[in-house]
Design a protein around this ligand. Structure first.
Ligand code: SF4
Length: 189
């Protein structure tokens, strides 16, 4: 198996073994980006706008973040599907979100052992490393090397991302689906 294919397999296997329901490596050139996603963040339906270092506006200007993302050649895209008791199961949704965030953190930690060049980890929603983001107290980020921004903060169209990765954006009644990605470059040697 060529070295690049081997690394792709290792990364995919890692995500699946840690609990992702699906995982697929795609080309970043195929990802659809749009600055329009910043408008959605500005509407602040999640309440995190201006409340987290990894959320807008503090995470950075969207065109710069889209340009940064496009310096990577590949992306491991993964999803988790949470099962809910019914469509009002808020606790189930929160628990599924916590499981997904724990997976993002574990993939970030364990993928460091895979021989890639630089990586960019993106998750779902705001950074959840700290129970209360230091931004709320106007303090510097406590764990800048662990902090993770969302796919949307970088302008990624997650609906299209699901399609090009062979995944469903919505996985049926009484489920909630979250996405994450590891953007990466291969080492040149
Ligand atoms: S690591 Fe903590 S302080 Fe830094 S962005 Fe995440 S939640 Fe906020």
């Amino acid at each position: 198996m060529p070295a690049e294919q081997e690394l792709i397999q290792q990364l995919t296997d890692l995500a699946l073994s840690l609990g992702a329901d699906k995982a697929q490596v795609i080309r970043v050139a195929d990802i659809s980006f749009s600055e329009e996603f910043r408008r959605l963040c500005e509407m602040n339906s999640c309440g995190l706008y201006g409340q987290c270092w990894m959320c807008p506006p503090d995470v950075g200007e969207i065109n710069e973040l889209m340009a940064e993302a496009q310096t990577f050649s590949r992306a491991l895209v993964y999803q988790t599907i949470g099962r809910l008791e019914d469509s009002f199961d808020i606790e189930g949704m929160l628990a599924a979100g916590e499981r997904h965030n724990a997976l993002v953190e574990e993939i970030r930690r364990q993928s460091a052992a895979i021989r890639l060049a630089e990586t960019l980890h993106l998750g779902s929603g705001g950074c959840s490393i700290c129970p209360r983001c230091a931004k709320r107290d106007q303090q510097p980020c406590r764990f800048p090397e662990r902090a993770v921004a969302s796919l949307e903060a970088y302008g990624v169209n997650v609906y299209d991302l699901a399609n090009i990765s062979g995944m469903k954006y919505i996985n049926g009644e009484n489920t909630v689906t979250y996405f994450g990605a590891v953007l990466f470059n291969f080492r040149s040697e």
